[in-house]
Write a protein that binds this ligand. Structure first.
Ligand SMILES: Cc1cc2nc3c(=O)[nH]c(=O)nc-3n(C[C@H](O)[C@H](O)[C@H](O)COP(=O)(O)OP(=O)(O)OC[C@H]3O[C@@H](n4cnc5c(N)ncnc54)[C@H](O)[C@@H]3O)c2cc1C
Length: 532
């Protein structure tokens, strides 16, 4: 086993290559700090690829009076859309109304109504939903996204897939984002600004040495040990934030994280329009049904306590049935397990605010600097994909104060790689790409623009024919593209490519995935032989 030690003292070592770690790395590198991110698996391999993938204010959080979080997230939606119009886009949400819809009995709103309007008996009245949507429209200033409107479902496209008892709905705006691509693009931009991004690198211990951190890591592929030195540590370990505090940095901290699993199911496409549904259940919870990857529908999510981050979260049969039953209360065509083509599950690393239920635990973030070990560590609890950039700014406020650096905020309005084009420019980019590469099908061109934006032509290079791109592993994924993903986007395995750099895992069969994995293993070996 080899060991190496970098004697340079970095400003920041960030543990965790999820959205929070990579977002902070980008912001910090852009302010001139020397930064390394160490991620024990692939980037976004944990929670940040398992979200519902919405840039949203979180309509339901209004019932918990989380006005700060909702306002920040609502404002942020349009800032993010502008910075990444390839991987994010506006979506309309249809919220069918029915008088039997109920609150979670734990929300402050339901408690208030219970006292002042006991006759509502836990039901969510229509006027309250309208009030919530009014606030949603106005709390966060919109320029791009249209506001709420009322829909008559009878005979409409939106009403057709639903049971006939739903005659009225509200329609409002939020946005979609490709969560795992968001992480990779932040990492790439951080690297372009000088950060080191080290995947498959696990932090095994950290200790104060002469007022700075000495951090030991292990390469999870070849076991190689490496030592980093840093003035400050950022613990962006997501579900492992507590594990890092207790067993890696060994702090005597009282802050706690509450792990709440959320699962999704994916079915074949259930309806023929591009809007999402927001379904309210009789248990007070809500789920979404969202058009997904053109030919599929995504349904989620659940809230279940998850005690141990090292236990891989999986959608249990009970969670599947819960989601299928929930959606079947709305769709005309009842759903069964036979409809499910894929499931995924993630763990929310929520700040433990002592809430009674997993659904009620706060989704806001909390940042705590701990200097008790003699060198500072910033522990990150909670957060949303939507607020990652604002979380990074708040983190940098604390970091720059500790490190006495005087560089201000800069990320609002600066596009991520491939995102330097207008919010309504996707169809123009697709047309340009097809004009330059006439062999591309519609599906292929759209897929490339949605993944790489203005960099799509960099991926394809000077190909004049599909055969110039090498072997097709299936569903338009070529050798040239996989090579790009390995060279520019830290991909190492077929799983990295098929489930995090894109979602072609939904389309490739197991033989095709294995062939891709073999090819990537050979490619890695020849690249490292060439480097020696
Ligand atoms: C079901 C579900 C739905 C959600 N939906 C939404 C949504 O629609 N919109 C939204 O805004 N937010 C949503 N969220 C919230 C959002 O996904 C999370 O807040 C966010 O992804 C957390 O990112 P993170 O970087 O903190 O954690 P993670 O993405 O989990 O990253 C932490 C990383 O740290 C690494 N790590 C841990 N220990 C070590 C170590 N010792 N050494 C090196 N690396 C280590 C892990 O491998 C991991 O990759 C959802 C969350 C869930 C679970």
């Amino acid at each position: 086993m080899t060991e190496s030690s970098d004697t340079k003292v970095l400003d920041l070592l960030i543990v965790g290559g999820g959205i929070n770690g990579c977002g902070i790395a980008r912001d910090a590198a852009g302010r001139g700090l020397s930064v390394a991110v160490v991620e024990m698996n692939d980037l976004a391999s944990a929670t940040s690829s398992a979200s519902t993938k919405l840039f949203h204010g979180g309509l339901r959080y209004l019932e918990y009076f989380e006005f700060r979080l909702v306002r920040e997230a609502l404002i942020e939606r349009e800032t993010l859309l502008r910075a990444m119009p390839h991987i994010s886009w506006p979506m309309r949400f249809v919220l069918p109304y029915h008088k039997d819809m109920r609150f979670d009995s734990d929300t402050p709103t339901s408690k208030l109504l219970g006292v002042f309007m006991p006759w509502t008996k836990g039901r969510r009245p229509a006027w309250l939903i309208r009030l919530g949507l009014f606030m949603y429209d106005h709390l966060g200033g919109r320029k791009i996204l249209p506001g709420t409107k009322t829909l008559d479902l009878s005979g409409s496209r939106e009403g057709r897939p639903l049971q006939e008892r739903f005659t009225k709905a509200y329609e409002y705006s939020d946005c979609w984002v490709e969560d795992s691509r968001l992480v990779v693009l932040n990492a790439r931009d951080a690297e372009a600004r000088g950060a080191q991004i080290k995947t498959r690198t696990k932090v095994i211990s950290a200790a104060n040495e002469n007022g700075h951190w000495r951090v030991e890591t292990r390469d999870t592929e070849n076991g190689e040990l490496q030592t980093f030195h840093a003035r400050m540590l950022v613990n962006a370990g997501g579900p492992w934030v507590g594990d890092i505090i207790q067993s890696k940095v060994r702090l005597n901290s009282r802050e706690g994280v509450r792990l709440v699993r959320g699962s999704h199911i994916v079915t074949r496409r259930l309806y023929d329009h591009d809007k999402c549904y927001f379904f309210q259940g009789t248990d007070g919870r809500i789920i979404f049904a969202i058009p997904y990857e053109t030919d599929f529908t995504l349904i989620g999510t659940t809230d279940a306590e998850h005690s141990d981050p090292s236990v891989k979260p999986e959608c249990t049969p009970e969670e599947q049935d819960y989601l299928l039953d929930f959606a079947s209360q709305y769709f005309k065509q009842p759903l069964s397990r036979d409809d499910v083509v894929w499931t995924y599950s993630g763990v929310r690393p929520l700040y433990d605010d002592g809430a009674s239920s997993a659904t009620a635990a706060t989704r806001d973030y909390t940042l705590k600097v701990d200097t008790s070990a003699g060198a500072p560590v910033l522990n990150i609890f909670g957060g949303k994909i939507t607020t990652y950039r604002r979380l990074a700014e708040s983190a940098l406020d604390k970091i720059t104060a500790q490190l006495a650096v005087n560089k201000g905020r800069w990320t609002a309005g600066v596009p991520l790689p491939g995102g330097d084009f207008p919010v309504d420019g996707v169809s123009g980019l697709i047309d340009d790409l097809k004009a330059r590469y006439p062999f591309l099908s519609d599906f292929w061109a759209k897929r490339l623009v949605r993944a790489y934006g203005t960099e799509a032509a960099d991926v394809l290079g000077d190909a004049t024919d599909a055969t110039d791109l090498g072997r097709d592993f299936g569903a338009t994924l070529t050798e040239t593209e996989v090579d790009w993903l390995m060279t520019h986007e830290y991909a190492r395995t077929a799983e990295d490519v098929l489930w995090r750099r894109n979602k072609l895992g939904l389309r490739l069969n197991s033989d095709q995935s294995r062939a891709l994995d073999d090819w990537m293993a050979r490619h890695r070996r020849s690249a490292s032989a060439a480097a020696e």
